[in-house]
Design a protein around this ligand. Structure first.
Ligand SMILES: CCCCCCCCCCCCC/C=C/C(=O)SCCNC(=O)CCNC(=O)[C@H](O)C(C)(C)COP(=O)(O)OP(=O)(O)OC[C@H]1O[C@@H](n2cnc3c(N)ncnc32)[C@H](O)[C@@H]1OP(=O)(O)O
Length: 247
C-alpha cells in the first residue's frame, strides 16, 4: 500500500534531500487519496452487482436471465480492475505485478472472451457460481483495502479477507473451469475467434484448443495464487514473516 514517508525531518530547510522527502510525501498522500477513491468505487460497484443479483433472484425466482441483467455493471467494474496491475507497476501498491496480472487477466478473459462472446452459456449454473463468488470476494477485498487506508479496519473484515478465500477461491475456479468447459462445444461448432488456413497471413489459430490450454494452465497457476493468499493470511492474521517485508 502507498506509504506517506512520515519520517522526514520537519522545518522548511532547503537541502536536496529534504526536497526529495517532501516530494515523496506529497506523492504518498496523492496515491493514498487515489487508492481510497478507487477502492470505494470498486466496493460500491460490486455492492450494486450483489443487490442487482439478489433482487433479480427474489423477483423472478430463477437465475435464468440474471447474467443478461447484470452484464453491463460486471463488465465495467471487472474491466476497471486492470488499474490494479497499473497500481503495482507504478509502485503505489506493494504487491506482485505477476500475481495481480494473472488474477486480473483470467477474470477479464472470463468476462469478455467467454461469457460475453458465447451467449449460449450465459444461463449456466457455473456462471452464477463464479459471479456470486467474485462478488463476495470483491466486496470483502475492496472494503478491506478502503478501511485499511483509512486506518479503521474492523477485525471481521480483516478476518473475512483472509479466510473466505479458502473456500471461495476453489469455488470460483470450479465455476470458471465449468463455464469454459460448457463453452467448448459452441466454440467448436461456430469456429469463433479461430483462424483457418488458407488465409492471407498463412497463420492458423484454433480457439477450441486454446481454451483447453487455458484450462490446463489453471493446474500450475491456481496453486501458486492460492499459496500466495495462504502466505498473506499467515503474515496478516498471525504476524508471521513480517521481517521479510521490503523497505
Ligand atoms: C489470456 C488468458 C489468460 C488466462 C490465464 C488463466 C490462468 C488462471 C489461473 C488462475 C485462475 C484464478 C482464478 C480466480 C478466481 C477467483 O478470483 S475466484 C474468487 C476468489 N478469489 C479470491 O479470493 C482472490 C484472492 N486473490 C487475491 O486477492 C489476489 O491474489 C490479488 C488480487 C492479487 C491480491 O493479492 P495481494 O495484493 O498480494 O494481497 P493483499 O494481501 O490483499 O495485498 C498486499 C498488499 O497490497 C496492498 N494492496 C493491494 N491492492 C490494494 C488496493 N487496491 N488498494 C490499496 N492497497 C492495496 C494491500 O493493502 C497490502 O499492503 P500491505 O498491507 O502494505 O502489505
Amino acid at each position: 500500500m502507498a506509504s506517506s514517508e512520515e519520517d522526514g525531518a520537519g522545518g522548511g530547510g532547503g537541502s536536496l534531500e529534504e526536497k526529495e522527502k517532501g516530494r515523496k510525501r506529497r506523492l504518498g498522500a496523492l496515491a493514498t487519496a487515489w487508492l481510497i477513491g478507487y477502492n470505494i468505487a470498486m466496493t460500491a460497484g460490486w455492492l450494486v452487482l450483489a443487490i442487482a443479483m439478489a433482487r433479480f433472484y427474489m423477483q423472478k425466482g430463477t437465475y435464468k436471465g440474471l447474467y443478461k441483467t447484470i452484464q453491463k455493471t460486471l463488465k465495467f467494474f471487472q474491466t476497471f480492475a486492470v488499474l490494479e496491475v497499473v497500481h503495482c507497476a507504478v509502485g503505489i501498491v506493494h504487491t506482485s505485478v505477476l500475481v495481480t496480472g494473472v488474477q486480473v487477466s483470467s477474470r477479464i478473459f472470463m468476462v469478455w472472451f467467454i461469457t460475453h462472446s458465447i451467449k449460449q452459456i450465459q444461463n449456466e449454473e457455473s456462471v452464477i457460481l463464479f459471479l456470486v463468488v467474485w462478488t463476495v470476494t470483491e466486496i470483502t477485498r475492496y472494503s478491506f483495502y478502503t478501511f485499511s487506508l483509512l486506518n479503521h479496519l474492523p477485525y471481521f473484515i480483516k478476518w473475512a479477507r483472509y479466510n473466505f478465500f479458502i473456500i471461495l477461491y476453489p469455488a470460483g475456479v470450479a465455476g470458471e473451469l465449468l463455464t469454459i468447459y460448457a463453452a467448448l462445444p459452441y466454440v467448436k461448432k461456430t469456429g469463433i475467434f479461430s483462424l483457418r488456413l488458407p488465409n492471407k497471413y498463412n497463420v492458423s489459430f484454433d480457439y477450441y484448443y486454446f481454451l483447453i490450454i487455458v484450462m490446463a494452465s489453471y493446474i500450475p497457476l491456481f496453486p501458486q495464487l492460492y499459496f500466495h493468499m495462504l502466505w498473506q493470511r499467515r503474515k496478516v492474521l498471525h504476524g508471521e514473516v513480517i521481517v521479510e517485508k521490503d523497505d
